[in-house]
Design a protein around this ligand. Structure first.
Ligand SMILES: N[C@@H](CCC(=O)N[C@@H](CS)C(=O)NCC(=O)O)C(=O)O
Length: 219
């Protein structure tokens, strides 16, 4: 098997890449990044010194960044589900929404979650407040945007939905999506019902006790 994914099942960006692999039934080897396995951690650090995951390795070629992994899979291992549309204009819409979910949902979520891991004296109260305000603004914008959409962009399930699924999953755990944002909540439910994401969520269940803010008894 030529494809290896260095990843952790509980990581949102890893789930983003896993959704793409599962959508197309693409075979790959899961290289589990386990902190109690120094060999795999060293192997990973050698591949990508930045040490952010996921990372895909294809016959010696290292591909980093979840979005780029999904684009790479579409180019080199296409399957029945085209996650980046062939039409350049539709693809631009998809990429735009992908950036929205990474930058304005996942990034503030990461800020809030990682802050909780710091010793109390080193916490960034202002940064966390800004992250929460960003999420409120992003939810409001998304609620309007999704009013006539089933999926995030271009009329079918895409790269943007791969980004949205784990982003909104953890966002609701981190900074609850207000019930008034009916479109966002309904979209999150549609994502949870998508078999590729449902599988990623199930595979991550054993790790829920690791969630720094405490995982809710749902989803
Ligand atoms: N821009 C990267 C972000 C990846 C990322 O932040 N991954 C997290 C896990 S969800 C990570 O590597 N965390 C470990 C760390 O920050 O040391 C991508 O899109 O793949």
């Amino acid at each position: 098997m030529s494809l290896k994914l260095y990843a952790h099942p509980f990581s949102s960006y890893c789930q983003k890449a896993l959704i793409a692999l599962y959508e197309n039934g693409t075979p790959f080897e899961f290289r589990l990044l386990a902190h109690d396995d120094p060999r795999i951690m060293a192997e990973f650090a050698e591949l990508w010194p930045i040490r952010r995951f996921p990372v895909l390795v294809d016959s010696g070629r290292t591909v980093m960044e979840a979005t780029i992994i999904i684009e790479y899979l579409g180019l080199h291992y296409p399957g029945p589900v085209a996650l980046v549309p062939a039409d350049a204009r539709a693809a631009l819409d998809v990429r735009g929404m992908d950036r929205f979910f990474d930058n304005y949902i996942s990034t503030p979520v990461q800020k809030i979650v990682t802050d909780r891991l710091r010793p109390e004296a080193e916490r960034d109260t202002r940064g966390v407040a800004e992250a929460r305000a960003m999420l409120d603004t992003a939810y409001a914008w998304l609620d309007k945007t999704m009013v006539d959409r089933e999926w995030a962009a271009a009329g079918s399930f895409s790269l943007a939905d791969c980004a949205a699924a784990p982003a909104l999953f953890y966002a609701d755990w981190t900074h609850a999506i207000d019930p008034k944002f009916t479109q966002v909540r309904a979209y999150r439910e549609r994502l949870l019902a998508r078999p590729s994401f449902a599988r990623a969520v199930d595979e991550a269940r054993p790790y829920r006790p690791l969630f720094p803010l405490g995982a809710p008894e749902r989803d």
